[in-house]
Design a protein around this ligand. Structure first.
Ligand code: UDP
Length: 240
């Protein structure tokens, strides 16, 4: 295993910092203790949250890698950092929904909890000024962000990820309600699953009690509860 030297800060987002390393093709992703919602409007410090999310995201990315899906994740370096392939992030957030919740429930006035017979895919344009608007494939292509061919490839990957993660979590008595993922392109222009997968970016409901095991309590003001919930997710991922 090669020795990793952390170099300059490349980027700082709401919940992560990205550092260059001695290998120009690899970066260090560092998880911060911040918890955000409403496009970052609500941003709170929560001690050790970054450590828990690093562990959760590591377990999920290891599992996805083991299924043969290409991701940016190489390995966990320490309690806050992962070594990842360097990518240019495609400025789109892809959401997959198995059950109605969150913005879909509000936008269309549909009761939360309705099971969708077909998974619904949505695209949000990552643009802080515009507050990450919902767009469709044609907008994304028109904006010059992506091609139809790349979108096709991404939809296949998301569908695959959704199928394997639904089963992965159900084995741990967790229902995968919806999730947001991001993709990046490496130096060869390969599309890699990037960013993180954690209770920050997914909705998880307990299979037996339907309790929300994600960031939703924070969205409604219960900040302290979130750490216990995230620990519960980590415990379940580690146990079986
Ligand atoms: N999500 C995310 N980052 C965002 C917006 C949404 O990770 O900036 C995730 C969210 O946790 C949920 C899914 O994407 O699992 C769908 O979110 P939704 O569109 O319902 O928006 P929300 O009301 O959760 O902000």
């Amino acid at each position: 295993m090669n020795f990793v030297i952390k170099k300059n800060l490349l980027l700082e987002g709401k919940t992560k910092k990205i550092y260059n390393t001695n290998n120009p093709l690899e970066v260090l992703v560092q998880y911060k203790d911040n918890l955000t919602s409403m496009d970052g409007l609500k941003n709170k410090f929560l001690q050790d949250k970054g450590i828990i999310n690093n562990e959760i995201s590591t377990l999920i990315f290891k599992f996805i890698n083991s299924c043969g899906i290409k991701t940016h994740f190489i390995r966990r370096i320490n309690n806050r950092e992962q070594l990842c392939h360097k990518v240019d992030i495609i400025p789109l957030e892809f959401v997959a929904r198995n059950i109605v919740a969150g913005s879909m429930s509000k936008r269309l006035n549909i009761q939360e909890g309705i099971h969708l017979s077909n998974t619904i895919f949505e695209i949000f344009y990552k643009n802080d000024k515009l507050k990450d608007p919902l767009i469709n494939d044609h907008h994304a292509v028109f904006l010059g962000i992506i091609s139809y061919e790349e979108l096709n490839t991404i939809y296949k990957i998301i569908s695959n990820i959704n199928n394997i993660l639904k089963k992965y979590f159900l084995d741990k008595d967790i229902i995968l309600v919806d999730f947001k993922i991001e993709f990046g392109k490496n130096y060869k222009n390969d599309i890699l699953l990037s960013d993180e997968i954690s209770p920050d970016s997914c909705r998880f409901w307990d299979k037996k009690t339907m309790k929300k095991l994600d960031k939703d309590p924070f969205r409604t003001g219960l900040k302290e509860e979130v750490l216990d919930i995230y620990m519960e997710i980590l415990k379940r991922l580690n146990v079986r």
